[in-house]
Design a protein. Structure first.
Length: 588
């Protein structure tokens, strides 16, 4: 079975979603910022197609806690199992899905056979599952019938799947031959030892199958999984559970338990199953998370696997076409599948965290990256004092484009995926103008220094003698010693005869202030004084407190533009240390 289309209305944080799933991908990895609705999408699928019957809905499950607008979760399903197409099952309720995505009342020879399933919940809080036709006619859909959809969910509530209960996957598989009842009868007479010695081939075979599947997935290196007596639930009673030697699987770590639960549920679901996994990486080391993802792609027993992740490692390792960006705007959810273009592949491999952010500042290089980090630190400290959100709370990420020509191109590409993006770049390379202007025409904010300036020359342009001396001492911290900085300056401007780090001494020897500024700007850029992220951050920490001083108006204006992008919903301006002039009056 496959989900071809999913629509959700008024469920938790989702006001509306209409998602046409790519038909050529077995694995779909949903990524995006927190609170964008990723987990809610998985829960909706599980509620609709899983076999739970006692779901405790409450008013807070309605969007905006408005029970006057019913919850509706609807899926168009294809690749229906032959048994479900019989007249005694859903044969008289099948619809047709055309190649254009249109649904027809009855399937024609050109249509793909489809089944429409819906879950609705109104103010009574009673869930109703139905199969419906295009004309609106419907019939009830029972939990037993939904079990035939072979859909299951893996999350942190997985311990029940490692025990034999009436509703667990192990219990359902064992109920076919009654092996669990025989074993429990023996266990109740002779406790754990009797159970360990009790010969029940069906339970032993099932435990062996779980062990093989769990090892294949990467859950652990199990060698002796077997049934055991579970006394953890109550001091007055016991039940059956899976053990590795004498240790119950429910006592293992979270990642191991989740993977073991996946193995058990997949065995119960059988072939052509649909699995949803919330937070694929939870409890797993990066290598096990990647191994699990690769396993899910390759295992032919799954017809469809939909997972969420907040792990850059998982994003980086996935195939680009498996990724889908989830965005939320006032409850309207959009899911955009990525295409395998060279640009998106570069973004995915080099900057996977960008796909997990609400807002991204694309910077030209490591200097600007460090500069932004220093600004973030200053803004966050000042905002914390007045109870405002931080950059992390706003979901803001920084992406190093590794060159000015890439800044606008990447910002535009991210924007097309629904990720708010802005560019921060130098203005000394005319080859970057075309892409920058195109991005601006598309509504992308591109923040650049004054024409002809890079970061170093823009900072140096307004500095006086004392400020230049201070900047040179900062350069010493990045270049090990004073003599190295002197040699840097002498190599780019030998005609000035620079022999010390005293700018006044240079002036006394006949140099002009403009020549001194030029020497420092050229040396800083050419000799990479602040080229690393740590160096850019040090430059930012030096610069931010000085933005209120005369001569820094151009820089302060661009810092304010960056602040406005990072915190778009605020009425407040950048912190006072950033946007006040020397006399305390606010700058533009």
């Amino acid at each position: 079975m496959r989900i071809q289309r999913l629509t959700i209305d008024n469920f938790r944080g989702i006001k509306t979603l209409d998602w046409i799933l790519p038909s050529d991908q077995r694995l779909l990895v949903l990524v995006g910022p927190g609170d964008s609705g990723k987990s809610t999408v998985l829960e909706a699928i599980h509620y609709l197609l899983g076999d739970r019957w006692n779901i405790p809905f409450s008013d807070t499950d309605f969007y905006g806690v408005d029970v006057s607008m019913p919850i509706s979760i609807r899926a168009v399903l294809t690749d229906i199992a032959p048994a479900l197409k019989r007249d005694t099952a859903f044969g008289l309720w099948l619809s047709g899905l055309g190649s254009d995505g249109a649904l027809h009342q009855d399937p024609s020879d050109e249509d793909e056979v489809a089944l429409i399933a819906r879950l609705t919940v109104d103010a009574s809080l009673e869930p109703k599952w139905t199969v419906e036709r295009v004309d609106g006619e419907s019939r009830p859909l029972t939990a037993d019938q939904r079990r035939s959809f072979s859909t299951f969910k893996v999350d942190d509530r997985n311990d029940t799947q490692l025990r034999w209960t009436r509703t667990s996957a192990l219990g359902r598989m064992s109920a076919r031959d009654g092996g669990d009842r025989d074993a429990l009868a023996a266990a109740s007479r002779a406790a754990r030892e009797a159970l360990a010695d009790h010969e029940n081939s069906s339970l032993a075979d099932l435990a062996t199958r779980v062990q093989e599947r769990a090892n294949k997935i990467g859950s652990g290196r199990f060698g002796d999984i077997k049934p055991g007596l579970d006394t953890s639930r109550s001091s007055m009673g016991a039940g059956l559970a899976l053990y590795e030697d004498v240790i119950p699987l429910a006592s293992f770590g979270l990642g191991t338990r989740r993977l073991a639960s996946l193995a058990v549920q997949q065995l119960a679901a059988g072939t052509r199953s649909v699995a949803v996994v919330d937070e694929l990486e939870e409890g797993l080391e990066p290598h096990r998370a990647i191994s699990l993802m690769n396993y899910l792609v390759e295992d032919q027993d799954y017809s469809q696997v939909i997972v969420t992740t907040h792990s850059p490692v998982v994003v980086e390792s996935a195939s680009t076409e498996n990724l889908a960006i989830v965005q939320s705007t006032s409850g309207v959810i959009t899911i955009t599948s990525l295409s395998s273009t060279k640009l998106l592949q570069r973004l995915q491999r080099n900057r996977p965290s960008s796909f997990l952010a609400k807002r991204v500042v694309v910077v030209e290089g490591k200097t600007e990256h460090g500069l932004m980090l220093a600004m973030f630190d200053a803004w966050n400290k000042d905002r914390a004092l007045i109870g405002l959100s931080s950059t992390a709370g706003e979901g803001v990420a920084i992406q190093d484009a590794e060159g000015g020509s890439e800044v606008a191109i990447r910002a535009l590409a991210l924007s097309k995926l629904g990720i708010a993006s802005a560019g921060f770049m130098d203005n000394d390379d005319r080859a970057a103008d075309k892409a920058a202007n195109k991005a601006i025409e598309r509504g992308i904010q591109i923040i650049r220094w004054e024409v002809g300036n890079n970061t170093e020359s823009q900072v140096v342009a307004a500095l006086g003698v004392e400020q230049l001396d201070s900047l040179l001492q900062l350069a010493v911290t990045q270049r090990v010693d004073e003599m190295t900085v002197v040699n840097d300056l002498a190599s780019v401007k030998p005609e000035l005869g620079i022999a010390s780090l005293s700018v006044q001494a240079w002036l006394d020897s006949g140099a002009t202030l403009e020549e001194a500024r030029e020497a420092i700007a050229v040396a800083a850029h050419a000799k990479s004084w602040f080229r690393l992220v740590d160096g850019g951050r040090a430059l930012g920490e030096w610069l931010v407190p000085r933005l209120q001083e005369p001569g820094f108006e151009e820089i302060a204006a661009r810092v304010q533009d960056l602040y406005g992008f990072v915190f778009p919903s605020d009425e407040v301006q950048a912190p006072a240390a950033v946007n006040e002039s020397a006399d305390g009056s606010a700058t533009a």
